[in-house]
Design a protein around this ligand. Structure first.
Ligand SMILES: CC(C)(COP(=O)(O)OP(=O)(O)OC[C@H]1O[C@@H](n2cnc3c(N)ncnc32)[C@H](O)[C@@H]1OP(=O)(O)O)[C@@H](O)C(=O)NCCC(=O)NCCS
Length: 181
């Protein structure tokens, strides 16, 4: 399976051993992790990174991790990916993390739109979803701009900063996705 594709400003490719510094830098960064979890320690992030390098297919229990780079500069800006949550009904959870210097440039929306298209058209999923933290306005906004709708509230779904938080569940169905070829 070919996991290399592109959008207007971005290239997507599978994560490799040479991306360790990017991956560890993202998951140990307090700003990036603000609405996800406590920033990881360097040691833990390095261990987690190694687990991301395993070959992936739709039956895998781990994330498909794709490195996103800016076409113009060639610079890696972050990692996006998805994980199968229900194989039978073809559902996956999507996610992405960008280096703070690249936030707010429209790349999150562009990446989520392209990743969703790839997931429906090339990977055969029928439903995609994400449970962003309620205060993660950027994450909620890119889901809305990519056509995801708020389907439900997951009660006490995330444990962060010492307490449980409800999170909205944003979903997109293949049949309602307006940007498929
Ligand atoms: C979430 C993330 C991927 C978004 O990427 P991005 O490139 O910044 O997103 P975009 O520039 O395409 O869009 C961001 C939108 O959120 C809006 N936004 C950002 N911060 C906001 C805030 N505090 N309040 C209201 N809106 C906000 C922007 O105005 C923009 O919307 P607009 O185009 O309508 O003006 C990026 O911020 C990130 O990596 N965050 C840290 C990791 C993370 O939380 N990942 C998601 C986990 S669920």
């Amino acid at each position: 399976m070919n996991f290399n594709f592109s959008s207007l400003h971005l290239n997507f490719r599978p994560i490799t051993l040479s991306d360790k510094q990017l991956y560890v830098g993202l998951y140990t960064n307090p700003k990036v992790m603000q609405f996800i979890a406590k920033p990881l320690s360097d040691d833990y992030a390095e261990k987690l990174f190694e687990a991301q390098l395993k070959p992936w297919n739709i039956s895998s229990k781990h994330f498909l991790n794709l490195v996103i780079s800016e076409k113009e500069s060639g610079q890696a800006i972050g990692v996006c990916g998805l994980i199968t949550r229900n194989h039978l009904s073809k559902q996956a959870e999507v996610g992405m993390v960008f280096l703070p210097v690249f936030h707010g440039k429209g790349y999150g929306t562009e990446a989520l739109t392209r990743l969703s298209q790839f997931a429906f058209e090339e990977l055969g999923y029928n439903k995609l979803w994400g449970p962003p933290f309620l205060e993660n306005k950027a994450s909620i906004r890119i889901m809305e701009k990519s056509g995801y709708i708020r389907e439900a509230t997951l009660r006490q779904n995330q444990f962060l900063n010492g307490k449980y938080h409800d999170t909205p569940l944003y979903t997109l169905l293949k049949e309602e996705c307006t940007y498929l070829d």
